[in-house]
Design a protein around this ligand. Sequence first.
Ligand code: ADP
Length: 260
Amino acid sequence: GGGGGGGGKQGLRLQGVGDIVAVASGKGGVGKSTTAVNLAVASANKCRLKVGLLDADIYGPSIPTMMKIDHKPEVTGDNKMVPIEKYGVKCMSMGFLVEKDAPIVWRGPMVMSALEKLTRGVDWGDLDLLVVDMPPGTGDTQISMTQRLQLSGALIVSTPQDVALLDARRGARMFSKVAVPILGIVENMSYFKCPHCQEPSYIFGRGGAKKTADEMGLEFVGEIPLEVGIREGSDEGIPVVVSAPDSAVSQAYGVLASRI
Ligand code: ADP
């Protein structure tokens, strides 16, 4: 396996794990975790892949809530944690290991050792795809993680809003710098469809992510509307692709999953 000291590109090389795809965003609150969760579950249930979901957002883990997991993982004889399976996806998160309201105030090196624990310290088994919910932003931590994870590619989530797109650009540049292929940009919260008249409202602006993708020569992978069901799914820990598998938005997640 990879790893070891020294400079250059150090990777984790997780045995038995096929593609490792990061879901990233330049800023928080754009729906990165929501996208990661629904993509992972759709990949498992619609595309019939063996899927893992790694919550690499060490400071602000969302996966315990979004996947409704509130117990600690078991440990195998050779001291590896067993990922917790939910909705057909094997999940691992720092949130499984620390108390819910405990502040997580580690510095960089400790974040990296936590990442180590959550990847190589886990008995992932055979996976076709490991979806990684990255911490938001483009700082040193994100760059180190990107290098350590040996990503097959990164999907960038943005809203149509200018500020979010500016950060999405920064994110795309970060992945390019460390030679990770960018699978494309997903636009989240693209519009809100009035439940009464069906008229779409472009609350955060219209067409921004597509334009940014075109300008940067990146693929525009798709758009996900702002929808109550998505928000409820995240809060209740039952992703919309599970609670309403035949809804238009679940189909949109299915299409996204088939594209990565
Ligand atoms: P991030 O990971 O980028 O910080 P989250 O995925 O945690 O963002 O989403 C932030 C909030 O917005 C969550 O409460 C989530 O339920 C909600 N949300 C995300 N995407 C949508 C959407 N398309 N429609 C409705 N609510 C959404």
